[in-house]
Design a protein around this ligand. Structure first.
Ligand SMILES: Cc1cc2nc3c(=O)[nH]c(=O)nc-3n(C[C@H](O)[C@H](O)[C@H](O)COP(=O)(O)OP(=O)(O)OC[C@H]3O[C@@H](n4cnc5c(N)ncnc54)[C@H](O)[C@@H]3O)c2cc1C
Length: 308
């Protein structure tokens, strides 16, 4: 098993050149993991900078166990919130199930924590670790083509990268997937969308809500045709709320600013505490939830492309 914090040098004849397409969570995690096995990695990312996209992320112990082994910067763990209870409510507020001491039970059962993070905190911690391991990054250039016969990736800026292995980590709108299938292949709508809200405790003027955020818990509300999830992040200094409702975005829109009034109206007769949180919101984004058919194979016929 490779050393989990330093690359174990592969012998020259087994050291691979690996090109990873996409520096999201999957691409960065693949870069760290493959680098720790002693291979040379170049990551190609279309974004110019790795900025805040999305909001909160619940990270379960099967993942935190790996993150712990990678010896990521301390600031990642300081930015986490570890929920002390998990509560499932009827939409109107009545508690249906509660697990007190959730954090203790999870650590005891799995040997690693369940944490809630801001997505960008995890992404930047992985990015820093990958750079420390010597991974090369090419930001701000989009992959537009792949020639599998010569294992070559081409970008919009005209750059060419060859690798023994190409790792497709370019997310939902994957160019690698279209190239692999040989035709344009778009994700399909699930029929639902998510309102994603992030609140900073400094901007919350209700002391009871501030106390709720600082306590770090996870709440689910299950309702007719919709459900909601709320949890703390950034050590109890931020609150993440996701509201899942039927999709009413135009078919060609995958994300757009939403109306705060419309959102409040949809959850008007839900748990009063949720309504109080929503009264603190001044902007919200609506995300269409999409999915993909599973591929028959995650590896191409030439064995030089793999999907994560
Ligand atoms: C509302 C919501 C809530 C969620 N909550 C959770 C949660 O609590 N816990 C959890 O584990 N997961 C959660 N997820 C899922 C999680 O966010 C995704 O699984 C994860 O972000 C996918 O990471 P990825 O690296 O595969 O893709 P992405 O994050 O999409 O990264 C792909 C990267 O590839 C780049 N790219 C794309 N095309 C190209 C190209 N042609 N050339 C170069 N670069 C390219 C993009 O710029 C991007 O940086 C949630 C998702 C949603 C929508």
């Amino acid at each position: 098993m490779p050393n989990c914090t330093q690359p174990s040098p592969a012998k020259d004849d087994t050291r691979l050149q690996v090109v990873i397409v996409g520096a999201g969570l999957a691409g960065l995690a693949a870069a760290i993991s493959i680098s720790l096995s002693g291979h040379n990695i170049t990551v190609l990312e279309s974004a110019k900078e790795l900025l805040e996209v999305g909001a909160g992320l619940q990270v379960t112990p099967n993942c935190t166990r790996i993150l712990q082994k990678w010896d990521l910067p301390d600031r990642l763990w300081q930015s986490a919130a570890e929920p002390t209870s998990l509560v499932v409510h009827r939409y109107s507020g009545r508690t249906l199930a509660i697990e007190a001491d959730f954090h203790k039970h999870i650590r005891k059962k799995y040997g690693a924590p369940f944490i809630d993070l801001h997505r960008v905190d995890l992404q930047l911690a992985l990015y820093d670790k990958a750079k420390e391991l010597g991974v090369q990054f090419k930001l701000g250039d989009r992959v537009k083509d792949i020639d599998f016969s010569i294992s070559e990736v081409r970008t919009e800026a005209g750059a060419k990268y060859t690798g023994d292995l190409i790792v497709a980590a370019d997310g939902l709108w994957s160019k690698c997937r279209s190239k692999f299938l040989g035709s344009e292949d778009k994700p399909m709508p699930t029929g639902d969308l998510a309102y994603r809200v992030v609140l900073d405790v400094k901007d919350i003027d209700d002391p009871e809500l501030r106390e709720w955020v600082e306590r770090s818990t996870v709440h689910f509300w299950i309702g007719p045709g919709a459900h909601a999830v709320g949890y703390s992040m950034r050590g109890g200094q931020m609150y993440n709320i996701v509201l899942l409702t039927p999709d009413d975005l135009p078919s060609d829109v995958s994300r757009q600013a939403g109306s705060v009034e419309e959102m409040r109206e949809l959850f008007n007769d839900w748990d009063p505490i949720l309504a109080r949180f929503l009264s603190q919101v001044d902007k919200v984004v609506k995300w269409k939830l999409m999915h993909r058919e599973e591929l028959d194979s995650w590896i191409n016929a030439d064995s030089n492309l793999v999907f994560v």
